[in-house]
Design a protein around this ligand. Structure first.
Ligand SMILES: Cc1ncc(COP(=O)(O)O)c(C=O)c1O
Length: 367
């Protein structure tokens, strides 16, 4: 028998299925219309069920960060897995080679060290692992900046038996197109990528795949010449940070935490049963207003303080608007990926009814 949402115990993660499907449809239609391959990052949902919805809508493969996540996602019907992370060590290379026997695997890397280790294990397993060299186009995390070292790395990969160099990966996570600096950041990205592609062209290197993409830049992807595929992740659910970055509107936020009011203080706040172990303590990007989530149902409420299991919601003098003990509120997290990773189960809801519940199978798969 179908469960009513109000019968779920709290705190719990709810996904509005209409919103989720609309988010998936919109991105899939955009990628198709723009001639871009969509290889969504699964770090946000960590669920083979949501991944299958993405593949059903034309995703050419899935992206993961960790080998453990690749193991979870390597199910039937998954066309291809990209590990967008420099995988290091014999234990991980061996695990990855095992996965690559079942599902084609691509790895992004930025050093000969990782390439050589991976190649040894690919040869040992009698398989070929595809490789993208990671360029740092402003993110300042992994990757080599445009220039000769990046070209040398791609050459090195091409020369290694067991690997097949397929192109370039970069992550434009530093770019917020809606910010005042956004157009300049996008312009710099375009010219940096142009330089990388021209270097690759001049050296006869393969750039069959040029993989970029994030949620804030998602709908700007068609303006980046040379890009062949995009890897947005957060777009499936969205969150308060994406709203702050104008990457989406509140009505695109598909996931909320339903929490119960457990204490009300006449001194100006109420307390919900969702603290940092439920929501995560990530602050909002980029303006960091000090709140830990958006309380949807209570105008003016500010979730300004948390302990592990307590969320303190300041009412700024309007206690007449505060809910009572036992009432439920819905909170859109600051950073939905971190929130999902703290939960075993997500409930997919339509019209007040729990239509489907799924396991966050990739939860905690950090190795
Ligand atoms: C390498 C890589 N690709 C894609 C993404 C997805 O970006 P977003 O969370 O903005 O959708 C991430 C996010 O961390 C990432 O690290």
């Amino acid at each position: 028998m179908a469960t009513n949402v109000s019968d779920l115990d709290t705190p719990a993660l709810l996904v509005d299925l209409d919103r989720l499907e609309a988010n998936l449809d919109r991105a899939a239609a955009y990628a198709k219309a723009s001639g871009l391959r969509l290889r969504p990052h699964t770090k946000t949902h960590k669920s083979p069920l949501v991944a299958s919805m993405q593949v059903a809508r034309g995703a050419v493969g899935l992206t993961v960060a960790k080998v453990g996540e690749a193991q979870v996602m390597a199910g039937e019907g998954v066309p291809d897995l990209l590990v967008a992370y420099p995988v290091w060590g014999d234990v991980k290379w061996a695990r990855l080679a095992r996965i690559a026997r079942a599902v084609p695997v691509t790895v992004a890397l930025d050093s000969p060290d990782v390439a050589e280790g991976l190649a040894v294990h690919a040869r040992r397993a009698g398989i070929v692992i595809r490789v993208l060299v990671e360029a740092d186009l402003g993110m300042r995390r992994c990757g080599l900046p445009p220039g000769p070292a990046l070209v040398d790395l791609a050459r090195h990969v091409e020369a290694l038996d067991g690997l097949r160099a397929q192109g370039i990966m970069f992550y434009p996570g530093h770019i917020n197109p809606a910010s005042s600096g956004g157009p300049g950041q996008l312009g710099k990205l375009r010219s940096d990528l142009e330089r990388v592609l021209s270097d690759f062209g001049a050296s006869g290197l393969c750039a069959e795949i040029v993989s970029g993409g994030s949620t804030p830049t998602l709908y700007h992807s068609h303006t980046i010449d040379g890009l062949t595929e995009i890897r947005p992740g957060t777009y499936v659910f969205n969150d308060r940070s994406q709203v702050a970055m104008e990457a989406c509107k509140w009505e695109h936020c598909a996931l909320s935490v339903v929490a119960t009011v457990v204490s009300v203080s006449e001194r100006g706040w109420f307390v919900v049963d969702a603290g940092s172990k439920t929501l995560s303590s990530d602050l909002q990007r980029p303006d960091q207003d000090g709140c830990f989530g958006h309380v949807v149902d209570v105008p003016g409420a500010r979730l300004h303080m948390m302990n592990e299991e307590h969320g303190m919601v300041d009412m700024s003098g309007r206690m007449d608007l505060a809910p009572r003990i036992g009432e439920r509120v819905h909170i859109i997290p600051n950073h939905v990926c971190a929130t999902v990773n703290m939960h075993d189960v997500v409930h997919g809801v339509r019209g007040g009814t729990v239509e489907v519940s799924w396991k966050v199978a990739g939860r905690g798969r950090v190795q």
